[in-house]
Design a protein around this ligand. Structure first.
Ligand code: G6P
Ligand code: ZN
Length: 541
């Protein structure tokens, strides 16, 4: 028997979060755990009979075995074809590109993104739609429903799956195509950016440090930045994807990419520094002694994108997640572009891009991207910055100063309080929600609350509503804070406090100093210490 139906019982904790199902790796390795969820994906999307799927992941521990399981289950469920990255590897944006460019019926991406990897760390899985973007909530809910009542899954037991060999093979009646994970993506980047101009700039002395954090972008960055653009060998560091990311926490922010930050803040800093995350969709941009906040990066890109050939015709519109700063709104205003605000989660941008309303999107959580794929894209953001530098002739610090001088500076910071006990975090949010209606008009020192609400999003394209997407407290004059619980953690709750304040004159303050009063008031209103016992954040970005 090659095709078997395996008896199973539901796991009651398979509800997808912000970006698919994320759990400890060992949980996924339990008997039937991954298989149940994969079968639920297949059934939740209406079956895979005759369909073509892309499969790949960020190379973390269990990626290879999980890829083979998915290929076998796809064959057993009657799929016509699976396209998998060689050795099961695909960055998230590269997977999105393949799903779109090959006109497939969607794909499964294996990743826990920026979370650490390894047998004792995190693993994840998500389904992306035929448009290349993460499944919307109606689909993830349908998948979740199946997980709650599943009694069996289908597995193709015979044959061999050789993920290492690029080319075609078959598993039963299903065709298997193994592709080089980098080639198609590199072609796409070359169609969007002025590689000749960037190459010239690099040859004239702009040196680069790309920290791939032992994760998936290593091969992409080496191929593009070193081989094609001519940056010195060694410009890409931590460039070999490792199952445990070499112990690194592959989250490109100042806390976790501290090696890069130390170098960029030092005397011998290269002209341009950048990092990407576990699965290659996040990015951080840093100049010499100049950290670019993701919200500012989005705004700078919005203001300058037309220098890149792929965007020369102008942007259709822009979008940012609600907690992301309003820096991009100011650019959109000046350029007469529509600017959309969505809940946290890249999936909310998909409809806007598919509907032709926006071509550029970004989030404070180090995500930036465009409608070239339906995921955020770390290497894309890096190339966009290099293209802007090449065409303007300006350094990162010069670009930032010029930007603020023109649009003002939205001082911005996010404070994370990690691994709070879930019931305490829930109680804190419930308490905050209960007092929102009384907050308006209240004064806290110099800050007067203008509005306070629990953010709800009405998708202008499909008319769906997503409620309880974060509490917003806006002060007179435009300063604000936002509070929400992370949807991507795997243990306990992470409280995120986002603070913002616009300054039209002073651009050189430390953001923590500029925002100190708003932070203090946020602590007071949210009662963070009373509920969580925490007074200082674990991570500041
Ligand atoms: C993932 C999603 C992003 C989201 C981020 C933070 O990277 O793709 O869209 O902004 O997680 O989510 P969280 O719920 O942890 O704040
Ligand atoms: Zn990621």
């Amino acid at each position: 028997m090659t095709l078997t139906s395996v008896q199973t019982a539901p796991f009651m904790d398979q509800k997808p979060g912000t970006s698919g199902l994320r759990k400890k790796t060992r949980v996924f390795m339990e008997d039937h755990y991954l298989e149940n969820f994969v079968q639920a994906i297949f059934e939740g999307i209406g079956g895979v009979k005759g369909k073509t799927l892309v499969v790949g992941g960020d190379g973390r521990f269990y990626n290879d075995r999980a890829t083979e399981i998915i290929v076998r289950m796809a064959a057993a469920n009657g799929a016509a074809k699976v396209v998998a990255g060689q050795n099961g590897l695909l960055s998230t944006p590269a997977a999105s590109h393949l799903i779109r460019s090959l006109k497939t019926d969607g794909g499964i991406i294996l990743s826990a993104s920026h979370n650490p990897g390894g047998i004792d760390e995190d693993f994840g899985i998500k389904f992306n739609m035929p448009n290349g973007g993460p499944a919307p909530e109606n689909v993830t809910n349908a998948i979740f429903e199946v997980t709650k009542s599943i009694t069996s899954y289908k597995m193709y037991q015979g044959g061999t799956v050789d993920l290492g060999a690029v080319g075609y093979s078959a598993l039963g009646d299903m065709q298997v195509e193994i592709v080089d994970p980098v080639t198609a993506y590199v072609d796409l980047m070359q169609s969007l950016f002025d590689f000749a101009a960037i190459k010239k700039m690099i040859s004239e002395g702009t040196d680069i440090r790309f920290d791939a954090m032992n994760a998936i972008t290593g091969p992409y960055a080496s191929a593009i930045i070193e081989d094609l653009l001519g940056a010195q060998k060694g410009s890409v560091v931590h460039g070999t994807p490792l199952p445990d990311f070499g112990g690194m926490h592959p989250d490109p922010n100042p806390t976790w990419a501290h090696e890069l930050m130390d170098e960029m803040m030092g005397e011998a800093a290269p002209a341009f520094g950048c990092a990407s995350d576990g699965d290659g969709d996040r990015n951080m941009i840093v100049g010499p002694k100049c950290y670019v906040s993701p919200s500012d990066s989005l705004a700078v890109i919005a203001a300058n994108a037309t220098v890149a050939p792929g965007y020369a015709q102008g942007l259709k519109g822009v979008a940012r997640s609600m907690p992301t700063s309003a820096a991009v709104d100011r650019v959109a205003d000046a350029l007469g572009l529509e600017c959309y605000e969505t809940p946290t989660g890249w999936k909310f941008f998909g409809n806007l891009m598919d509907d032709g309303r926006v071509s550029l999107c970004g989030e404070e959580s180090f995500g930036t991207g465009s409608d070239h794929v339906r995921e955020k894209d770390g290497v894309w953001a890096v190339l966009m910055w290099l293209n802007i530098m090449a065409h303007t002739g300006k350094s990162v610090p010069e670009l930032m100063q010029d930007h603020w001088a023109k649009f003002g500076r939205n001082y911005y910071s996010r404070h994370d309080f990690e691994a709070i006990e879930s019931d305490k975090a829930d109680a804190m949010i419930a308490n905050l929600r209960s007092k929102l209606s009384d907050l308006s008009g209240q004064s806290f020192e110099d800050l007067v609350v203008e509005t306070a609400d629990d953010y709800s999003y009405l998708d202008p394209v499909d008319g769906s509503t997503s409620a309880h997407q974060g509490v917003r407290v806006v002060f007179k004059g435009g300063a604000r804070f936002v509070v929400r619980l992370s949807g991507t953690g795997t243990s306990g709750a992470t409280l995120r406090l986002y603070v913002e304040k616009l300054d039209l004159k002073n651009f050189d303050q430390d953001p923590q100093t500029a925002l100190a009063d708003v932070i203090a008031v946020a602590h007071k209103i949210v009662q963070i210490e009373q509920f969580s016992g925490r007074s200082t954040p674990d991570v500041i970005t």
